[in-house]
Design a protein around this ligand. Structure first.
Ligand code: FES
Length: 123
């Protein structure tokens, strides 16, 4: 893994990942420092937009990926937690099926600019 893909640059306020490394509809895992803590994030590209959430399932606090950066996507286009199958809408991160139905992933604000994904500046 190179430093850009792992988001190590985020600690120095660099980009999380180059946009062309994130195919449309694909997921990626990056690490970033948020409020002083190193966190794993799941990114999902939707055209020119990218959504990001903490890579933590609201059901039992496990990572969503079955191996680093390897996420499950259902035929319906839902992000599926590898631990117990909770399924999340990509539009808003809400769980629509599985053991934590009605709960939601914790969103992380990101911006797309200069051909890359960045943590949004704190307001
Ligand atoms: S930890 Fe994700 S479904 Fe249980």
């Amino acid at each position: 893994m190179d430093s850009l893909n792992r988001g190590e640059g985020a600690a120095a306020r660099g980009p999380l990942v180059a946009l062309d490394r994130l195919p449309d509809g694909a997921f990626a895992e990056v690490e970033a420092v948020i409020e002083g803590d190193a966190e794993s994030l799941v990114l999902c590209r939707d055209g020119d937009a990218v959504r990001a959430w903490l890579n933590i399932c609201p059901h039992a606090g496990r990572r969503l990926d079955w191996a680093p950066g390897q996420f499950l996507k259902s035929r319906e286009g839902l992000l599926v937690c590898a631990a117990h199958g909770a399924s999340f809408q990509l539009s808003d991160g809400v769980c629509v099926a599985g053991p934590c139905r009605g709960e939601a992933l914790r969103p992380v604000p990101v911006d797309v600019r200069e051909g890359a994904v960045w943590l949004a500046a704190a307001k």
